[in-house]
Design a protein around this ligand. Structure first.
Ligand SMILES: Cc1cc2nc3c(=O)[nH]c(=O)nc-3n(C[C@H](O)[C@H](O)[C@H](O)COP(=O)(O)O)c2cc1C
Length: 409
């Protein structure tokens, strides 16, 4: 029987996903000044749960309050006070309505911690980002104790997620954040057990996965978001990726989300084609940026694969599923506007409508999509006529105000 967008998916841990849509992780910036979950998050995730996606992965939640990806991140570190736990429970209850799987994405941004919230980020080695120092301060190399502490932090946050009602977790090992920094020789120049060979560079990611499995048990879905490649000379290559995927499968993960790139080379947004200088006709037709890589990954693993980046039309999604290259369709930006895109596509819509008609003409950048999420959190619909320029100004003002309001930093 051929696989359709409506087919359920059984994960290795036994969990059943009701259909083949995965709402990709999208940072929300909706935490309170103590970096706790809020009603705004519950409201936003309620919309996504009602919108029909089989899996909803949360925006990245930090495991260390010193190192935020942005000021409004939710953080889970150490013992959580009763208010924090209650807010997480309400968030999980809203996000798991309608038989939705809600997986918390866990992250440590490493050197991609903005200066606005941290003057001294950490990284595997003291290699700065090739981006303005005004935005990202020079990182220092982590000590071996700090590396092992990261493992405990991920495991602790995963347990809190499980205990408060999230039905799984996703470990963020893509897009140039800390675990992805460990994987790449461009940032990981360590000569201890955490650097050098691929085995050493992947040790932190694999240790995190194993620690979560030990803490959360065999039946708890663990997903990993991994770059198919960093698309940088000397970086984490597609060959490295294939080896790490095999190790992740052996370590017992349930789901792999394929993406690519980082802040220096943002190919996850389609800003750079991934098949050489000219965008291949096949990529344009098939929409998704990382399908060629997914084909390679499929050859080495039977893990459930979700490919994120570029999918917009039902035809391309159905073709990708029917080809057997992937098991789930990841949707990011369209879900910022149409939280019910999966229901619409399952009901016969040809494409993520608002994307084609309104958003592309608005020249929407990252800030535009972040504002759309904030609107949902406030119970409103996004202003789809907002220009790209107005969006970036409003977004920057929001980030500044959120950073200023943070308590106890
Ligand atoms: C506003 C916004 C926030 C994002 N936040 C995250 C995040 O927290 N974690 C993550 O892994 N990817 C994040 N991404 C990347 C998306 O998950 C996805 O990989 C990317 O948008 C490409 O998919 P798309 O073409 O369907 O939008 C974000 C993207 C956007 C637009």
């Amino acid at each position: 029987m051929s696989i359709t967008l409506a087919s359920p998916l059984v994960l290795p841990c036994g969990a059943i996903i009701k259909n083949r849509f995965g709402k990709a992780p999208l940072t929300e910036g909706l935490a309170d000044p103590l970096n706790r979950a809020t009603e705004r998050l519950a409201r936003l995730y309620g919309r996504w749960a009602e919108g029909g996606s089989g899996v909803v992965v949360t925006g990245n939640v930090q495991v260390d309050r010193r190192y935020l990806e942005r000021p409004g991140n939710v953080v889970i570190e150490g013992p959580q006070d009763e208010a924090a736990l209650a807010a997480l429970r309400a968030y999980a209850a809203a996000g798991t309505a309608n038989r939705t799987h809600l997986w918390m994405q866990l992250n440590h941004p490493g050197r991609q911690t903005p200066r606005r919230v941290c003057e001294q980020p950490v990284a595997p080695s003291a290699v700065p980002l090739a981006l303005p120092e005004a935005a990202f301060a020079h990182p220092r190399a982590m000590t071996a104790d700090e590396v092992t502490d990261v493992i405990d932090r991920f495991a602790h946050a995963a347990k809190v997620a499980q205990d408060t009602g999230f039905t799984g977790v996703q470990v963020h090992a893509a897009h140039g954040y800390l675990l992805s920094q460990f994987l790449t020789p461009l940032v990981n120049q360590r000569d201890d057990e955490w650097g050098g060979s691929l085995e050493n560079r992947a040790r932190l990611l694999l240790s995190v996965v194993r620690a979560i499995r030990t803490g959360c048990g065999a039946a708890f879905p663990i997903s990993v978001k991994l770059n198919s490649s960093d698309f940088q000379n000397g970086g984490f290559s597609s060959q490295d990726c294939l080896t790490v995927v095999k190790w992740l499968e052996e370590a017992g993960i349930d789901h792999l989300e394929i993406s690519g790139g980082n802040y220096e080379e943002p190919s996850m947004m389609g800003s750079k084609n991934t098949e050489g200088d000219k965008v291949a006709d096949s990529t344009v037709r098939r929409e998704a940026y990382f399908l060629t890589y997914a084909e390679q990954i499929r050859k080495v693993t039977s893990l459930p694969l979700m490919v994120t980046g570029g999918f917009r039309t039902r035809a391309a999604m159905e073709e990708a599923l029917a080809s057997g290259v992937l098991d789930m369709i990841g949707l990011g930006r369209p879900m910022c506007v149409e939280t019910d895109a999966p229901n619409k596509l399952l009901g016969g819509a040809e494409a993520c409508e608002a994307w084609e008609k309104r958003i592309r003409p608005a020249k929407a950048g990252l800030g535009w999509f972040c504002l759309a999420l904030i609107s949902h959190g406030d119970g409103k619909d996004p202003d789809i006529d907002l220009s790209g320029e107005d969006a970036i100004n409003r977004f920057l003002a929001n980030e500044e105000a959120t950073a200023t309001a943070l308590v106890g930093r």
